[in-house]
Design a binder for this molecule. Structure first.
Ligand SMILES: [Zn+2]
Length: 154
């Protein structure tokens, strides 16, 4: 991880810029081309019919996307399902016949706006967990990003 600290921005009093870039390599289990399951279509319909807002901020703009929270589809073949069962006792395991039943369930999904889902600066698929979670709790008078508002908008 490349890390640069203490870059003072004279326009933001009381804050300093930390800039990081990271590169990682990780094996994914081989899998057939992804197809959307009927359960995932049902889960997405559930969230959209609720009129749900982004998990990070109720003020986000843009469409709501459904994020796989605990395990994404591409890693389903790498999961120890006994361990998952132990760590997630609140999931209705009576519905579990195969990985899809957990992966594409309401329980394993989270509604996010496009920015908090996939934006390189603030999306869950790109930034470390502490940098992503703070976006949910940041004060209104605090500036997180040098080139965007706290909702990831330029
Ligand atoms: Zn959002």
């Amino acid at each position: 991880m490349k890390h640069t600290d203490n870059e003072k921005d004279p326009q933001v009093a009381g804050e300093h810029l930390v800039s990081e870039s990271s590169k990682f390599a990780e094996y994914y289990p081989d899998h057939p081309p992804r197809t959307e399951s009927a359960l995932f279509r049902k889960t997405k319909k559930h969230w959209h019919e609720l009129g749900t807002e982004c998990y990070i901020n109720h003020d986000c703009k843009g469409g709501i996307e459904i994020h796989h929270r605990y395990v994404e589809w591409a890693f389903a073949g790498a999961v120890d399902w006994n361990l998952m069962r132990e760590l997630h006792p609140d999931f209705d395991w009576s519905t579990f016949n195969d990985a899809t039943d957990f992966v594409d369930s309401i329980y394993n999904t989270l509604p996010l706006c496009e920015a908090h889902h996939r934006d390189p600066q603030c999306g869950v698929h790109h930034v470390p967990a502490p940098n992503w979670e703070i976006q949910r709790y940041v004060r209104g008078d605090y500036k997180l990003f040098p080139d965007k508002d706290n909702n990831g908008r330029p």
